[in-house]
Ligand binder design. Structure first.
Ligand code: 7TS
Length: 410
């Protein structure tokens, strides 16, 4: 299998063909949001130019075309993640909205003494909604910690018990880039009768993800990190679970019948999609799924491994670089977090921007993890299919230049 060659697909991403501070742009911040291929932008454009209408409402032709395109996007997403049916795919605004809705939908099942298990490597979006639900219900929020930079699987096993109702874990950490062994953990979670929620924000864009193989109960992810537009995401849930859950947003076409004092709900998936949905965005996400399928997720994952290994070696060649996470590349996907000795990551990121290299600096919305690691902020270089070894070289060269600049030898 041939890994993807980033150079060959860069033409599909015109945004990359520009200069920043008179330097060719190198975009290494795809974990924050990915760039979008023309196919996605054109699909949204076509919707607005040719079939713009609300969905599931009118019987007129435009309304039917819009509804068909919207539901076709759902089928594409369902097949992309191996869902048993498109009724299991709920469109949301993104990972954060998906997790907030899920936490509120599961709230009636949580009681004082119950436990929700998450890990210290979670994004704030997979922490704060559970904190809120635990505060309201009297359930306890329990953390699993790390061992040698990876999720401590013994700690997971030790903390699972009959009081555990929900386990919510990142598939891939947005700071460490570590892939957690979800399929293995799923068995243990189900043995104690808990739900397994997986935050796929950083995995679905990079790895072939099959919800049935992984045996997850719920999976959430965002369109904008997988070449799709902002404003659209997915909450996948097993149909038997979603059927049991009460909606937390009401109005629009999610009803079956509205009486003066009460209402009944329509079927899945629409029961959980109140109001006019993000129609153009769903269609854009469908086009992103087509684009990723054409590239091939296996090829994309292979390219990811190659590029990450190259970046890893490059970063290690720079004296004073400290890489966070486990001391090896094994199980790493898509990104590397690091710091340059003696320099604040925000200063380094600003200097890199002057060299045309875009990376993220900060706490990456994972403050508990950074506190646990004993660092205030890190730099993070994150890769995607359009990146190349030359991009990695440019980062390394820019880091060397930054060091010289701050050491006064520039
Ligand atoms: N979970 C993980 C693992 C993430 O990486 C992110 C976004 C989210 C949840 C939230 O996704 P959203 O689309 O709802 O915002 N992570 C990042 C990041 O690492 N830098 O910017 C956004």
């Amino acid at each position: 299998m041939q890994p993807i060659d980033g150079r060959q697909i860069q033409k599909d991403f015109p945004i990359l063909d520009q200069q920043v501070h008179d330097e060719d742009l190198v975009y290494l911040d795809s974990a924050a949001t990915s760039q979008k291929p023309c196919a996605v932008i054109e699909a949204m454009d076509r919707y607005y130019q040719e079939i713009n209408a609300n969905v599931h409402r009118g019987v007129h032709s435009l309304g039917e075309s819009a509804t068909q395109a919207y539901e076709e996007a759902r089928r594409k997403v369902a097949s992309f993640i191996g869902a048993a049916s498109e009724r299991e795919v709920i469109f949301t605004r993104g990972t954060t909205t998906g997790l907030n809705h899920l936490a509120r939908m599961l709230e009636p099942q949580l009681f004082p003494g119950d436990e929700v298990l998450i890990s210290i490597m979670e994004h704030h979006s997979n922490i704060v909604p559970w904190q809120q639900v635990c505060q309201r219900t009297g359930a306890k929020l329990v953390y699993v910690y790390l061992k040698d930079g990876r999720l401590d699987l013994d700690d997971v096993k030790a903390k699972l018990n009959p009081a555990t109702q929900v386990v919510s874990l990142a598939h891939v950490s947005n700071v460490l880039g570590i892939e957690n062994p979800i399929a293995e953990i799923a068995d243990w979670v189900h043995d104690v009768g808990a739900y397994l929620v997986v935050d796929g924000a950083q995995s679905v864009p990079h790895l072939p993800v099959d919800v049935q193989q992984l045996e997850v109960d719920f999976l959430v992810f965002s369109g904008h990190k997988m070449m799709g537009p902002t404003g659209i995401g997915v909450l996948y849930g097993k149909e038997s679970h979603l059927k049991e859950l009460e909606p937390v947003e009401f109005g629009g076409e999610m009803i079956d019948f509205v009486f003066e004092q009460e209402s009944t709900w329509t079927d899945l998936p629409w029961k959980l999609e109140a109001g006019t949905p993000p129609i153009a965005e769903a269609i854009g996400l469908g086009a992103a799924v087509d684009y990723l399928n054409d590239l091939g997720m296996d090829r994309l994952a292979a390219q990811d491994k190659d590029l990450l290994a190259y970046l890893w070696r490059g970063l290690q060649s720079v004296e004073g670089v400290e890489i966070y996470g486990p001391p090896s590349l094994e199980g790493r996907t898509g990104l590397i977090s690091f710091n340059l000795e003696g320099l604040h990551p925000h200063d380094v990121a600003t200097a890199l921007d002057y060299e045309g290299v875009a990376v993220r600096a900060g706490h990456h919305c994972a403050q508990p993890l950074l506190s646990y690691l004993g660092v205030g902020a890190t730099l993070r270089a994150s890769l995607y299919a359009y990146n190349t070894k030359e991009d990695c070289d440019r980062l390394v060269q820019a880091l060397e230049k930054t060091k010289e600049f701050f050491n006064g030898t520039f």
